[in-house]
Write a protein that binds this ligand. Structure first.
Ligand code: ACO
Length: 334
């Protein structure tokens, strides 16, 4: 069975509550309708219900009446969520008035619903920039124990099946953290190995990439990757992790064998961890375009609850797919 089919089948089984805070946005509303029709998740929308129903009618949608709809301007848990915000951010000077004001923003409301246990996950970003989606998540949901940085992985589905595991590879960080330190890069490698195992359902063989293979170049940027590799191996000895490797040594069997014959993964990596966001973001987009790969994600990893960010150019099916992935993460698979 194809990866996305498997993810959707699992999502149906989990029946999680997923908030779509960009509730009046056309692609989001169409996706909500499809998600409900397919039974992929319970949909929560955060907007005025009359406006939602009017828009759904205009678009000819048939299932939106089955969504839970919460109006950010007036809902029963405003006070409770505001108190929670004040409690969680009192060291940053959060006041109740400020919290009430922020809760009118559906992105904050969605995050607080998750924090309060009233929703299991969130997908947004069809009309908001990454930073605006992530900031409330960083501030209120925060990271998993042992992880200090959130990062974004892409499941890269390549038409050429010789790469990775039958054409499936995982790339990270392609979406979030611009310039990780060595220890943050180690966390990103471990988070990506976990995502690979739980969402891509394959045994990760993780390569930390650089412009050097096992000391072939000397530079402080190489040192960072060497150090990150050592830290990642210590953090998660259960995974096969190696670095620093150049991309060809990581994925081309003959080159991996020649340049580092003792490496457990060289030439066979199915997970590529990039040293900076710049490299990761450029690499995934180039592979997507030049190799005709399907790039599914970014799947955000390291957050204490699943919140995923869409690209503003996303399609309805991108939103549906990411909701299914979020539902899988909400079931503890991350
Ligand atoms: N993981 C966890 N927490 C984080 C992270 C992270 N990666 N980054 C910031 N934080 C926390 C901070 O600790 C801080 O918490 P605090 O308020 O409790 O102290 C809070 O988030 C805000 O921190 P700032 O440093 O002010 O972060 P800022 O909001 O400026 O930036 C952001 C965060 C927006 C994610 C920034 O790192 C960014 O712009 N990243 C690039 C995103 C992007 O443009 N990606 C490419 C496009 S996506 C695509 O192509 C698929």
């Amino acid at each position: 069975m194809e990866l996305l089919e498997r993810i959707k089948l699992n999502a149906k089984k989990y029946n999680k509550r997923i908030v779509l805070p960009e509730s009046l946005e056309e692609r989001t509303l169409r996706a909500a309708d499809e998600i409900i029709a397919e039974g992929l998740a319970q949909v929560i929308l955060t907007a005025n219900s009359e406006e939602v129903y009017r828009e759904a009618k205009n678009l000819g949608l048939k299932h939106i009446d089955q969504a839970v709809i919460l109006d950010p301007a007036k809902h029963a848990k405003r006070e409770q969520y505001a108190d929670l915000m004040v409690e969680l951010r009192k060291s940053k000077g959060m006041t109740k008035d400020e919290a009430i004001r922020l809760l009118e923003n559906p992105l904050y409301l969605a995050t607080l619903m998750i924090k309060a246990g009233d929703a299991d996950g969130e997908v947004a970003g069809a009309m908001n920039a990454t930073g605006d989606v992530l900031r409330p998540a960083f501030q209120y949901v925060k990271t998993l124990p042992g992880i200090s940085v959130v990062s974004g992985a892409f499941l890269m589905i390549l038409p050429d099946k010789k790469w990775g595991e039958n054409g499936l590879m995982v790339f990270a960080d392609c979406a979030v953290h611009p310039n990780p330190t060595a220890s943050e890069l180690a966390e990103i490698a471990v988070s990506t190995a976990r995502t690979t195992k739980s969402i891509a359902e394959m045994e990760p063989r993780v390569a930390l990439l650089s412009f050097s293979t096992k000391g072939s170049a000397k530079h402080e940027m190489v040192d960072k990757v060497v150090q990150a590799t050592e830290l990642a191996k210590k953090m998660a000895p259960e995974f096969q992790i190696d670095g620093e490797l150049q991309a060809d040594a990581a994925i081309v069997e003959s080159i991996g064998r020649k340049k580092c014959p003792d490496s457990p993964i060289a030439g066979r990596a199915n997970v590529l961890v990039f040293p900076t966001l710049e490299t990761g973001n450029i690499a995934y987009k180039l592979v997507q375009r030049l190799a005709n790969a399907e790039a599914v994600g970014p799947v955000l990893q390291g957050m204490a609850a699943p919140i995923n960010d869409l690209s503003r150019g996303c399609s309805v099916s991108d939103i549906v797919n990411l909701v299914a992935i979020t539902a899988n993460q909400a079931a503890g698979n991350y």
